[in-house]
Design a protein around this ligand. Structure first.
Ligand SMILES: [Zn+2]
Ligand SMILES: [Zn+2]
Length: 428
C-alpha cells in the first residue's frame, strides 16, 4: 500500500472519528443542560421584560457566561445586549450564534404555573407583558449552548460569539437604532468579526421539527404614512371643497394593483397593507385630511426600492388625478433576512443529524436578524415547539396570548445551535 494513501486514509478516519466524538459530547452535554434550560426558560417566562428593558434577563445571561469562563463578556450593547466570546483550544474561524431576549405587550392567558403576571406601560397604556414570541426559550437555549460549547472548548477549532440581543420586537422609542442594528452600530461585529452567523426561532410546528429556507426567508418591513390633503366643506356640496375621503379610498384600492399588476409575482411576493385610516368626525362634513398608515413587505431585496418608488408614485398621482395632494412618508424598517444558499447547503447535514428537517416557505413577517445576516453569511432556521399531539392548525401562533413552547423540543434547539457552530468551525 502506498504510504501517502495510507496516511490520508488514517487522517480521514481520525477526522471522522473526532467529528463523531465531538457530536457525542455535544449531545451528552446538551442533554445534561436540559434541567438548567427548562429552569431558565420558566424564570424568564415568569419575568418577561419589554424591548430595551431586558435588564434582569441580560444580568442572568452575563452571570452565566462569566461562570462558564468565557474569554470576554461584553454588556450594555444597544442598552441591554450581551456578547460572549469563547475561544476554542485550536485556531480557526469565528462563528456567531444569536438569541433575542425581549417580550411583548401581551396579557398571558396560558394558565401555566409560571405564567407571567407582569404589567408595564407601553405607549402610555397599561399592558400585560408576556413572552408570546418564545424569546424566553431562545435565550435559555443559547445559555444551554454556552454550557455545551464551554464543555468542549479545548476541541473547538475557532472562536464562538454568542449574541443575546434586546428589542427584536422593536423599540418604543424609534428615534435611534435598536436591537440588532443598534448592536452592530456599537461594534458588535468589529472584533472579532464573525465569518458566519446563525439564528433560530421557535414556531408553532411539530415539536422538534427544524425548518429551513434558502434565500429570502423573512421579509423587509417598511412603514407607510400617507396624508391626503383636502379642503373641508359641507357633505352636501362637495364641489365647494376637495374631498380627501374618496381619494383615500381610491388609494387604498389602487395600491393593491401594484403587487398584482406591476411587480413580478413570479420572482417573489410583495405586500402593501393599509392597517389604519382616519378622517373626519361627522357624517355631513367632508374633512380637511385623511391619514393612513400601512406596512410594506418584500422578500427579494432587489425589489424593495422599486416597490417603494411605485407606491410613492401611485399615491401622489392618484391624489393629483382629483386635484388634491398627498404626503407620503416611508420609515425604513428591518431588511430581508437572506439565508446564504451555500451556508444552508453546508449546514443542512448538521440539522439533519439532530432532528427531522423540512423546507419551509418564506414568511412575510420580519426579523431583525436580517441586520446580522446582511453583514456576514447567515442562516436563520426554525424549531417546532407545538405541544405534543396538537393539530398544527389549532396551535396558537407566535404573539398569541396562548402561545406556548413545548419544553421537550428545547434540547433539539440546543443540539442544533451547538452543532452548527461546531460543524461550521470543523469544516471551514
Ligand atoms: Zn415576535
Ligand atoms: Zn420573535
Amino acid at each position: 500500500m502506498n504510504y501517502r494513501l495510507a496516511g490520508m486514509l488514517l487522517w480521514a478516519f481520525s477526522t471522522v472519528a473526532s467529528a463523531r466524538d465531538v457530536h457525542v459530547d455535544v449531545d451528552r452535554l446538551a442533554q445534561k443542560s436540559v434541567p438548567d434550560v427548562v429552569h431558565w426558560r420558566r424564570d424568564f417566562h415568569e419575568h418577561p421584560e419589554l424591548s430595551n428593558h431586558e435588564d434582569r434577563t441580560s444580568a442572568v445571561v452575563a452571570a452565566h457566561l462569566h461562570a462558564l469562563g468565557f474569554d470576554e463578556v461584553r454588556t450594555g450593547l444597544s442598552k441591554t445586549g450581551v456578547i460572549g466570546i469563547l475561544r476554542g483550544g485550536r485556531p480557526g474561524k469565528v462563528v456567531a450564534l444569536r438569541a433575542d431576549m425581549d417580550a411583548l405587550p401581551v396579557t398571558e392567558t396560558t394558565g401555566l404555573p409560571f405564567a407571567s403576571k407582569v404589567r408595564s406601560t407601553y405607549q402610555g397604556h397599561d399592558v400585560g407583558v408576556m413572552h408570546a414570541c418564545g424569546h424566553d426559550s431562545h435565550t435559555a437555549m443559547l445559555m444551554g449552548v454556552a454550557s455545551v460549547l464551554a464543555g468542549i472548548r479545548k476541541d473547538l477549532p475557532g472562536t464562538v460569539m454568542l449574541i443575546f440581543q434586546p428589542a427584536e420586537e422593536g423599540a418604543e422609542d424609534r428615534s435611534r437604532p435598536w436591537g440588532a442594528e443598534g448592536m452592530l452600530n456599537e461594534g458588535a461585529f468589529d472584533a472579532p468579526k464573525p465569518d458566519a452567523v446563525f439564528g433560530m426561532h421557535v414556531m408553532p410546528n411539530q415539536a422538534g421539527l427544524l425548518g429551513w429556507h434558502k434565500g429570502g426567508a423573512t421579509a423587509s418591513s417598511d412603514t407607510l404614512h400617507v396624508k391626503v390633503n383636502g379642503v373641508q366643506t359641507h357633505g352636501a356640496m362637495p364641489w365647494m371643497g376637495k374631498d380627501p375621503v374618496t381619494v383615500a379610498g381610491e388609494i387604498v384600492v389602487a395600491l393593491q394593483t401594484i403587487p398584482s399588476r406591476q411587480m413580478n409575482v413570479s420572482q417573489a411576493p410583495t405586500i402593501v397593507s393599509i392597517g389604519s385610516i382616519h378622517g373626519g368626525v361627522r357624517n355631513n362634513v367632508i374633512p380637511n385630511e385623511v391619514v393612513m398608515d400601512g406596512t410594506i413587505r418584500v422578500l427579494d431585496p432587489t425589489q424593495r426600492e422599486d416597490f417603494l418608488n411605485r407606491i410613492t408614485r401611485l399615491i401622489h398621482m392618484t391624489a393629483e388625478a382629483s386635484g388634491l395632494e398627498a404626503d407620503v412618508d416611508i420609515d425604513r424598517g428591518y431588511g430581508v433576512t437572506v439565508n446564504d444558499p451555500g451556508l444552508v447547503d453546508a449546514m443542512l447535514p448538521s440539522l439533519k443529524r439532530v432532528s427531522a428537517t423540512e423546507e419551509m416557505p418564506a414568511t412575510l413577517a420580519s426579523e431583525d436578524f436580517s441586520y446580522f445576516a446582511a453583514k456576514v453569511p447567515g442562516f436563520f432556521f426554525t424549531l417546532g415547539v407545538n405541544p405534543n399531539g396538537t393539530d398544527p392548525r389549532n396551535a396558537p401562533a407566535n404573539h398569541s396570548p396562548n402561545f406556548t413552547v413545548n419544553e421537550d423540543a428545547m434540547v433539539i434547539g440546543v443540539r442544533a445551535m451547538a452543532s452548527v457552530a461546531v460543524d461550521y468551525l470543523s469544516t471551514h
